[in-house]
Design a protein. Structure first.
Length: 237
């Protein structure tokens, strides 16, 4: 197995294209872009509201019995991750998805990546719901999933000795929690990320409205990816 990995690393192009992304990442990016374009070009205001009500994750939905609900009761904990609040929101998530999603997708393959996306989307809003139960706040965007991908990448993409190399990172072994706690690069990375994610909770960058940024979903997603990545990393799938 080690010989195969070494051979594959040697085959990596020294200067690969910046947009040399796995097909599953390109597909998810395309879906998110299409959803945003359809919302802006084809849907009127009422149709947009209907899409948000049915596609966004809203904890208040779960205060009512299933008999009063539609399919969104089951699908919205995942569909929200493909809907964004505008092109700026979409652009930021797309860039982070390309950066961190690509290395995780190469490591897991398309099938496991899709499963990871679905479960991390659910985990992100589950954490949000735990802290905002019954609220009518619509949660949209792939930020929670991107956070989970960042958490997953922290488990293997940063070697204990040496620098991060995007084209070779998916060949590295998964690190134990003990190893991660000894990896200065990961610790700096984690500290920076948690600091940025918690700023909205303190009122920074939200115009005084912390609820406008679902920082809880970011934290929930990151914890899911960081703590449970090894469950998706089995070689015998």
């Amino acid at each position: 197995m080690n010989q195969v990995n070494e051979h594959n690393q040697d085959d990596v192009q020294p200067n690969p294209p910046i947009f040399n992304l796995p097909n599953v990442i390109l597909l998810f990016l395309l879906v998110m872009v299409v959803v945003q374009v359809v919302r802006d070009v084809l849907l009127n205001d009422q149709q947009n509201i209907t899409l948000i009500i049915n596609g966004a994750f809203i904890t208040q939905r779960y205060l009512f019995s299933f008999s009063e609900q539609n399919l969104a009761y089951f699908t919205s904990p995942v569909t929200y991750s493909f809907i964004h609040g505008g092109y700026g929101h979409l652009a930021v998530n797309s860039l982070w998805l390309a950066a961190f999603g690509a290395v995780v997708a190469r490591r897991l393959g398309a099938f496991r990546f899709v499963i990871f996306w679905v479960l991390s989307a659910i985990a992100s809003v589950a954490f949000f719901a735990a802290l905002n139960w019954g609220e009518a706040i619509p949660v949209v965007g792939a930020s929670g999933v991107v956070s989970a991908l960042m958490g997953a990448a922290a488990r293997f993409a940063f070697p204990l000795g040496g620098r991060f190399v995007r084209e070779k990172a998916h060949f590295l072994p998964c690190q134990s929690f003990a190893d991660v706690l000894q990896n200065r690069t990961v610790l700096v990375y984690l500290g920076f990320w948690f600091g940025i994610s918690l700023l909205p909770a303190l009122g920074f960058g939200t115009s005084g409205d912390a609820s406008s940024v679902a920082w809880e979903a970011h934290i929930g997603g990151f914890l899911f990816g960081f703590l449970f990545f090894n469950l998706f990393d089995h070689k015998d799938w």
